[in-house]
Design a protein around this ligand. Structure first.
Ligand code: VGL
Ligand code: ZN
Length: 209
């Protein structure tokens, strides 16, 4: 009966492309690894996601002859455009080499459809198509979701909001995540939205003391 009984550590997109030197680098993104590696052995289940996009993906600015950072409408959805990133079989799509994956039970690939993006680990960006993670977690009796990973204001944010809305007790581990803040202002907005929704912000030290 550990203290993280009925809890999952959800490590979102801890991939080279989101770390310094990567295609879509999150400032200081690699600084989250010590906290994640300290936490993961304490959890009965660790799930890690990978952003996993085919070439020519709808989220790539290059596909639309636009600059990264701009936003366009695609199929009635706002789509932020990014540099090409997380293409299977590239180094950028691999987990960061310092991510200790020994405790990872499930690796979930998301954003695999060429014409539909997926920020959240639970639903694709149409907010309808499930990834199946909800049923996996419910099948394991999980009630609490602790989030770490990248980026705080994009995929971690969407995953946290969905976890909360699906009825999981949801925690954001603040030293286990960093934001990209594209477009500018999105980091503060995401933090405020998560806090206002009732998501609990904790540090890894609080969790382990
Ligand atoms: C992400 C932008 C585009 C993320 C994924 O993992 O936060 N951000 N694709
Ligand atoms: Zn992506």
């Amino acid at each position: 009966m550990g203290r993280f009984e009925n809890s999952v550590l959800l490590a979102v997109d801890v991939q080279n492309d989101f770390c310094p030197g990567g295609a879509l680098a999150v400032p200081h993104g690699d600084e989250i690894l010590p906290a994640i590696n300290r936490l993961s052995p304490h959890f009965p289940i660790v799930v890690a996601t990978k952003d996993w996009h085919p070439e020519g993906h709808v989220s790539f600015a290059s596909r639309h002859d636009q600059e990264p950072g701009s936003t366009i409408r695609v199929d009635d959805l706002d789509q932020v455009l990014w540099p090409d990133h997380c293409i299977p079989q590239t180094r950028g799509a691999e987990f960061h080499p310092n991510f200790d994956t020994a405790s990872v039970k499930l690796i979930l690939h998301k954003g695999t459809k060429k014409d539909l993006d997926s920020y959240s680990a639970f639903f694709e960006n149409d907010k309808e198509t499930p990834t199946g993670l909800r049923y996996y977690l419910e099948g394991h009796g999980i009630r609490n979701v602790y989030l770490v990973g990248l980026a705080k204001d994009v995929c971690v944010f969407s995953s946290a909001m969905d976890a909360h809305e699906l009825g999981f007790q949801t925690y954001l581990v603040t030293d286990g995540t960093r934001g990209v803040d594209v477009p500018e202002g999105s980091l503060k907005k995401a933090e405020d939205t998560m806090r206002d929704a009732g998501i609990t912000f904790v540090t890894s030290e609080q969790l382990l003391s």
